[in-house]
Design a protein around this ligand. Structure first.
Ligand code: CUA
Length: 336
């Protein structure tokens, strides 16, 4: 029995240490903050973690001491004095937790107010995020553009997100930039985030939303402000014309079979379409809501078998052959 407790404690500590190590290396880690929102949140995590670790260690030490000090000894019939109701002990175990919780309460309230302040300082970027089964639409009302699954933002600026959903509840989460906030049909939630350095930050739907919930990822691409401006400029240009015979064929198939759900221009007239916006698709790093690398092989595979790759998504079986899928892929990958 006593040995079991020791093993449990050891396993617990190893698990904690493993989480700490993993936090430094994985793509999606709250413990590796890259912006002021995530930094404030992780500071609360560490504060509460160390307070609780302190309590755990003190309790474990007292427990171990009592287990050894008062353990049954051979040939000894000894029952310690039975104590019941001790005023000072009871005051102690009310006062100590009260102090610890107060230490946690003050920064918690302060961070909560900081993060609730979604007011625009005039310099930020406003983005309407809509969670859909199983992808993300990002609409920039001030810029009049829309995109999907790749959220482009400038570094060093407050990004104001208006979070909505068009079908079921999803949750928007970019672990390195900010904690999760639900997107709820019929309601708008607000949050802000900021990236200090340029880079790609992985995000994930964090609320079970159906059979392909785990396949509903996205990326946040943070650019230096000037580069962000050129991204915006590029998005406002009309889609590039196909450069090859194959791409030309692809465009025809697209117009016939895909264009009622997908747009290839980023204009705000296309907000709310059934399928993800594909403007400048060839520049994307990932595809199918950031679950696969964006390359020809994967794209052909996806066009041929969308339901095998992402069960329950709304993309129908297009009933086209591999050659047609290749033409489509060629067309889409050349949209730059
Ligand atoms: Cu969307 Cu889970």
């Amino acid at each position: 029995m006593r040995r079991n407790r020791g093993v449990t404690l050891l396993l617990f500590m190893l698990t904690v240490a493993a989480f700490g190590l993993v936090g430094c290396t994985v793509e999606q880690s709250t413990l590796d903050p890259k912006g002021p929102v995530a930094e404030q949140q992780v500071s609360l995590i560490y504060l509460s973690f160390w307070i609780m670790m302190g309590v755990t260690i003190v309790v474990a030490v007292i427990l171990l001491y009592v287990l050894f000090r008062y353990r049954a000894r051979k040939g000894q019939e000894y029952i310690p004095e039975q104590v019941e109701g001790n005023k000072w002990l009871e005051i102690t175990w009310v006062v100590i937790p009260a102090i610890l919780l107060t230490i946690l309460l003050v920064p918690t309230i302060s961070v909560t107010y900081n993060l609730a302040d979604a007011s625009d300082d005039g310099d930020g970027v406003e983005i309407v995020v809509t969670g859909k089964q199983y992808w993300w639409e990002f609409y920039y009302p001030e810029l009049g553009i829309v995109t999907a699954n790749e959220l482009h933002i400038p570094t060093g600026k407050k990004i104001h997100l208006h979070l909505e959903a068009s079908d079921v509840i999803h949750s928007f989460w970019v672990p390195k930039l900010a904690g999760k906030t639900d997107t709820i049909p019929g309601r708008t939630n607000y949050m802000w985030l900021q990236a200090d350095e340029p880079g790609i930050y992985s995000g994930q739907c964090a609320e079970y939303c159906g059979s392909s919930h785990a396949l509903m990822a996205f990326q946040v691409v943070a650019h230096e402000p000037e580069e962000f401006d050129s991204w915006v400029a590029q998005m406002t240009e009309p889609p590039s014309e196909p450069q090859s015979q194959l791409a030309q064929e692809g465009q025809e198939i697209f117009t016939q079979s895909c264009a009622s759900c997908h747009a290839v221009e980023a204009s705000e007239d296309t907000v709310g379409m059934q399928g993800p916006n594909l403007a400048n698709y060839g520049n994307r790093n990932k595809m199918a809501a950031a679950i696969m690398e964006n390359n020809k092989e994967n794209l052909v595979d996806w066009i041929m078998n969308p339901q095998d790759i992402k069960p329950g998504n709304l993309m129908p079986d297009l009933d086209i052959d591999e050659q047609q899928a290749e033409a489509l892929a060629e067309y889409l990958l050349n949209l730059k």
